[in-house]
Design a protein around this ligand. Sequence first.
Ligand code: FAD
Length: 455
Amino acid sequence: ELLKEETREEVPVAVIGGGIVGPVMAYILGEHGIRVHLYEARGKSLDGSQGRAINLSLSSRGMDALVRIGISEEVLKETTPFYGRCIHLPNSGGKTKLQYYSVKKEAVHSMNRRRLSELLLKKLEENPNVKIYYEHKLMNIEHQNNTLHFNVKRAGEEKESSYKISIKAKFIIGCDGFNSSVRKSVLGSILHYQQDILDEVYHELYLPPTQNGESALQHSDMFHIWPLGEVMLVGVPNKGNSFNIILFIPLSVSKSIKTPSDVLKFFKKYFPDLLEKIPNENQLIKDFFRKTPSRLNTIKCYPYHYGNILLLGDAAHSVLPFYGQGMNAGLEDCLIFEECLQEKDGDLETAAELFTDRRWKDLHTLADQSLHNFTTLRKGVNSNRFWINIKLESLLSVLLPNVFKQIYPMVVFSRGRYSEIHEREKWQKKLVNMIAIIIIIMSMLIISLILSFVI
Ligand code: FAD
């Protein structure tokens, strides 16, 4: 129900979306003395949000952005460090294998997404150049006159109602997530646009600590994976020894699970070791059906700037979560846009152009690598070849530290460009494969030599 139409003054910069990337970008611009209005569709209180929020792994790129706005220590206090993967080997009666992310045993930090957003918005309130408007959902943008049209929810009355407002903005930054309304408004001008929706969906589940408060899984400082080909389950550690569990299954499998007994049958078949550790089966069933399972998207576009409009974060580049980099890359966008702004003496439009030039190759590489890592995690980690390569990679990085580097640590513990890391990965892979072949041939020669002596 639309009760009222309102028009407000023109704002210098309108940031749409107060999830993760929006508040950080707004804060940085505010620090440059730019007046910013941030509009968020949700209400201020997140209490009513559906279900448990997923945990995100925060690594160097994201952390640097949090350091930049002076909130890293506060966030770190609420995170849980984890040092690598604990892989639950299929059909092995619960056997696991550990893989540390780096030889130095560096940690990635797991953080509740909803809580992180809350902390960022609280920090943003301190910035005198920024105003935050909740319950403002962007509906569309009229480009001829730079006007944004919002639906505003009027809560707290007997019957919830909404009204429309229109705002003029000189510069607009779309940080409104993968379903971005800002991106939709410029769709006609996007030169390259590609959206791939995965056949898999995910269900968010939960593994509480045991009755005496201990972790139900051994290795509570690791990211757990149960890779079973088309069915995969991961466990991300939380503070307090619980785990957020995400189950990835094909949509058709998800649809075939219709009743509580279907859920239990499914878990007995695929994850019997985990089912044993879940104290309350009813909770598992409730979690499974709590929400409509979510789809996973990859969005690649080019450019990210359209005159006075810029896309950042998932609005510009939604990637699959299997590299743990979506949010980290979005937060790094803010740092890179700040660099561009400084190089262009504060001119937002030319800085946005420079941002596209500087960033597109890395973000497209990230999208491809996130998809590639999905296949590796689901199937590859079960192969001997994967483990031989991992061992060789870490050995070579220790023997030849200036020449050979482990790839995943470069992605998560450095700010190296994704595209350059991938170029390195390609030649290093060739080298590792060659060495593996030489080792196999040498071992065969030695064995046949020994056999010829014995026989
Ligand atoms: P969002 O967090 O989606 O925020 C967008 C905001 O815009 C929301 O608050 C929304 O309410 C608001 N909004 C939307 N439309 C409108 C509108 N029309 N008007 C006004 N406001 C609007 N990334 C990692 O780095 N590490 C991980 O481990 C990781 N794990 C993940 C696991 C899963 C299962 C998934 C799905 C994603 C994961 N990600 C991870 C990715 C990460 O969640 C996103 O990259 C990150 O949330 C993007 O931040 P954002 O601010 O761009 O968008």
